[in-house]
Design a protein. Structure first.
Length: 95
């Protein structure tokens, strides 16, 4: 069984000026793989990736953080593009 490499530590944003706290957890999985979860402390948004247990932890963390940023930006854009409750959303006829 591979050693437990989980870390419950919070991490400051990897980019300059990015002050979000991100939690990283690395969990062993079967078959020589690990599951890496990245959680934004402010919003609770969580993503996960699966990678080789032989890959450097820093590389796995970087990939998980990039995926978290992508998901958060995508969700923010979708929320911005969604009409507010007072606008016609084109969903049908109100009777």
């Amino acid at each position: 069984m591979p050693p437990d490499r989980s870390s419950g530590e919070g991490r400051e944003g990897a980019r300059a000026g990015d002050s979000r706290e991100i939690y990283i957890e690395i969990l062993p999985a079967t078959g020589g793989f690990v599951k890496v979860c990245a959680i934004d402390a402010q919003t609770g948004t969580e993503v996960s990736i699966v990678g080789s247990s032989k890959a450097p932890n820093a590389e796995l963390e970087r990939i998980a953080i990039n995926k978290l940023r992508y998901v958060m930006e995508r969700d923010a854009k979708a929320k911005k593009d969604t009409p507010s409750s007072g606008e016609d959303d084109g969903g049908g006829i109100l009777i």
